[in-house]
Design a binder for this molecule. Sequence first.
Ligand code: SME
Length: 154
Amino acid sequence: MFREILFDIEQFAATTTDLAAVQRFTVDAIATRLPHYDWVGFYMLVPEDRTMLVLGPFHGAPTDHVRIPVAQGICGAAVAQGETIVVDDVAADPRYLSCSIETRSEIVVPIRVHGEIVGEIDIDSHTPAAFGAKDRSFVEECAAVVGNFLEAAS
Ligand code: SME
């Protein structure tokens, strides 16, 4: 299923120059086809203020965390550290900002354009430790597709 979803996102990205459309397609494809991926969304750095992330297209319950400073949350930490963060048990991570009381685990993957982080994909699961090595590779490949899309557009 990972291969098929990635293929579909790549195919869609080749048909448009609209970032938001690619993001919407991506969150919908992931969240509707992978049962344990309960909330899927983009947070993007504000170009004029790279200390702030702003919520982009998402699939799942609305969240209060529309703006997240890079100094806060697991979302902020992924940008600050410049790497993927997987949290198997959000209740045990003091950085965690709660979006839903049902969330048990989370993965956040930075999106890079010419090596510079521009945003991230954030995924929550109601299942503990839902994101293993294969999930991590898959989400990192999704982030690379969006990064490549933005590079081609820049
Ligand atoms: N859990 C994230 C906040 C975003 S919501 O999950 C949608 C965090 O700790 O940064």
